[in-house]
Design a protein around this ligand. Structure first.
Ligand SMILES: *Cc1c(COP(=O)(O)O)cnc(C)c1O
Length: 311
C-alpha cells in the first residue's frame, strides 16, 4: 500500500491564486500544491513527508528496496525536514534509519528531532567542524562506522535519484499549465536543479535560498544540471534578499505574512522555506518585476512539519 502511494500518485493540483493586486498588474499566478503530495505522518498535525522531500525520496526508496538495503542513513541540521522525512519513510516503508545531526547533542530534542526519534531513527551527533569536513568529502567517511547494509543519502537528500524525482515535478507542471516564471525555495539546490532539467529553455526559473548569502548555490546547481542533463535550460536566477536572518531564522514580519496569506488563500506556509519564498515573490510582484501578461508558477514544496517548531 505505501509503495503504491509513491508509484501511483496523481499529479498534485495546480491552483490559480486570486488576488486584486494580480488583476491590477495583469499577472496570472498559480500555486503548484506539492504540499498536498503527502504521505501522512502517523499521529502528527502535519505530514512529515511531503512536497519536495516526497519527490527527492521517491527513487531513493525504490533503489533501497530493489537493492535490498536494510536501512537508510543521512545527514542534516537539527531542523532538517529531510531528516524528518527519512525517519518517517523508514518507519512507513520498513527501513531502519540513522540520522547524523550537525551539532548537539541537545538536552531536549526539538520537535523535528523528537519526531525523528519517535519514528525510530537512531540519532548521532557530529560537531559542526567535522560535519563540514564530511560535506566537503562528499559524505564519504570510513571512520563513521556505517553499516554497509545502509543506503547513504547526502545532506538534504540531494543526489541524482532525487533530481530524477524533481524532474518529474517539472513534467507534471508542463502537463498542467506551463508558466513563464517558476519560483521555488532552495536549501541545497537539488530540487531546483532537478526542475531545471525538465522545464525546457524558455521560462525563467527563480530560486529563493532559505539561507543567507545563498548566491554560492548557483555553482552547485549548475554542476548538478550539467551532470544530469547538459542540454537543460540555464535561465536560472537566485533571489538572495529573502533569507531573513539566515537558515532557520525568522521574524514577526514573516510570521505575519504567513498568517495573512493563510487567511486570504487558505494555504499554510512554513517559516523555514516556503514562507520566505512566497514573501519574496509577492515583494517582487509589488516592485513590478514581472511583466504584464506573465504567468507565474509558485511551487509549494511542503515542509509543514517545520511548523511544529513555531511558538
Ligand atoms: C528541504 C526543503 C527545500 C530545499 O530543497 P533543496 O533541494 O535542498 O534545495 C525547500 N522547501 C522545503 C519545504 C523543504 O523542506
Amino acid at each position: 500500500m505505501s509503495w503504491d502511494m509513491l508509484l501511483g500518485h496523481r499529479p498534485s493540483p495546480l491552483e490559480a491564486l486570486r488576488d486584486p493586486i494580480l488583476d491590477d498588474l495583469g499577472l496570472r499566478v498559480f500555486v503548484k500544491r506539492d504540499d498536498l503530495l503527502a504521505i501522512p505522518a502517523l499521529d502528527e498535525r502535519f505530514p512529515a513527508f511531503s512536497g519536495n522531500k516526497w519527490r527527492k525520496l521517491k527513487y531513493n526508496l525504490l533503489e533501497a528496496r530493489s537493492l535490498g538495503y536494510e536501512g537508510l542513513l543521512s545527514y542534516g541540521g537539527a531542523y532538517s525536514n529531510h531528516i524528518a522525512a527519512v525517519a518517517a519513510a523508514g518507519r512507513i516503508f520498513g527501513f531502519k534509519t540513522i540520522g547524523i545531526i550537525r551539532g548537539g547533542p541537545y538536552p531536549t530534542l526539538n520537535p523535528t528531532l523528537d519526531f525523528a526519534h519517535r519514528c525510530g531513527m537512531q540519532l548521532r551527533y557530529l560537531e559542526p567542524a567535522a560535519f563540514k569536513m564530511l560535506r566537503n568529502a562528499g559524505w564519504q567517511d570510513s571512520t563513521l562506522d556505517v553499516p554497509c547494509s545502509y543506503l547513504t543519502l547526502p545532506e538534504g537528500g540531494s543526489n541524482d535519484r532525487a533530481l530524477q524525482g524533481c524532474a518529474e515535478l517539472g513534467l507534471e507542471i508542463l502537463s498542467q499549465t506551463p508558466a513563464d516564471y517558476y519560483c521555488i525555495s532552495c536549501g541545497t539546490g537539488g530540487t531546483i536543479a532537478g526542475l531545471c532539467t525538465s522545464l525546457g529553455d524558455t521560462p525563467v526559473i527563480m530560486g529563493f535560498p532559505a539561507l543567507r548569502n545563498g548566491g554560492f548555490l548557483l555553482g552547485d546547481i549548475k554542476d548538478w544540471i550539467e551532470k544530469n542533463n547538459p542540454a537543460a535550460q540555464r535561465n536560472l536566477r537566485l533571489e538572495t534578499a529573502y533569507a531573513f536572518a539566515g537558515y532557520g531564522r525568522w521574524d514577526n514580519r514573516l510570521l505575519e505574512f504567513m498568517h495573512d496569506f493563510h487567511q486570504q488563500h487558505g494555504i499554510l506556509l512554513d517559516q523555514v522555506y516556503t514562507g520566505k519564498m512566497f514573501f519574496g515573490v509577492f515583494d517582487l510582484i509589488r516592485q513590478g518585476q514581472f511583466p504584464r501578461g506573465a504567468t507565474i508558477c509558485i511551487i509549494h514544496t511542503g515542509g509543514l512539519q517545520g511548523r511544529n517548531g513555531l511558538p
